[in-house]
Design a protein around this ligand. Sequence first.
Ligand SMILES: [Zn+2]
Length: 292
Amino acid sequence: MVTVGRFRVHLVSDGSFAMDGGAMFGIVPKPLLERRIPADERNRIAMGLHCPLAEDGKTAVLIDTGLGERLSEKERDLYRVQRRGGLRARLAELRIDPEDVTDVVLTHLHFDHLGGAVVRNAAGRLAPAFPRARHFVQGDELETALYPVGERLAAAYAHAPECLEPLQGAGLIERLAGETSITPELRVLVTGGHTPAHQCPVLTDGGMGFVHLGDVAPTRAHLRPAWNQAYDLDPLETTEAKKRLLSRAEEEGWWVSFDHDHEIACGRLAAGWARTGGLCESHALDPRGRLP
Ligand SMILES: [Zn+2]
C-alpha cells in the first residue's frame, strides 16, 4: 500500500497472465529484449494484472478490472492465466465488498482491463461486478469498442459488447469527453496511442500524486519512450504521450503505477528513466497478486 494524502492506495491484482514478447515490445529486437525479460518456450513473457484501489473511508476508486472470469479454458491456456480467485478475492482480503467500490476508471476497453467489470451470476449470465460503481470511460473509446471499424479493431474489441451490455443496462457507464476532473482529487488525462482514447487516471492529494500508466507504459521496461507494444494503434503517439506524462510525474514526484509489470506495482522515477527505465523507489504487488 502507498498513501497519497488522505487516500490509501492498495496495490491489488487480478493475477497474472502471459503475452507474446514480440507483441508486447513491437520493434525492440529480440536479443535486446531477452537479456532483460525472459520468455517461456512459447515466447510468452510474464505479465501482471495490477488494478490499484484508492480509498479514503468514503470513496473506493478502482482503476481497471483485469481479465475477470469470462475467458474460456482455451484462452486461459493461451494466455497462461493464473488468478487464484482474482481481484475480488484480493479485495475480500482487504475487507472490501464489491458493493463498496464507488468508482471504476477504465483506462481503455481491451479484454485484460475490462473483463473483470463483469461476473457470472447464479443464472450464468454476465452481470456488473461492482454494481454500485460509476464506470468512467472515454466516449470515443466506448464508440470504438462498440462499433469497431476494420478487422484490427473488430478483433481487439471482440469481447467488448458482452462486457459492456450489463454495465450499460444497469446505467453504470459514465462517458467522458477528453481530460476531465472526476472529483477534486481524481482526474483523467487522455493519451491515445495504444487505443484511440486511452486515458490515465491521476490521483493527487496533500501534495502527493499517483498516476496509473495503463498500457502507455505497461511495465518498467516500457518506460523507455521508444519501447512500445505492437498492439499500439499509433506508437508515435504513445511515445509522445509517454514523454509528456512521465516528465510530469518526475517533476511532481508522483508514483507511477504499472498495469502489467509482473513484479512491481508502482515506483518513483529515477533520474535518467528515459534511458534506463529505472525507478528510485518501488513497491511490489501485494504478495498474493504476484507470480509464484
Ligand atoms: Zn493491457
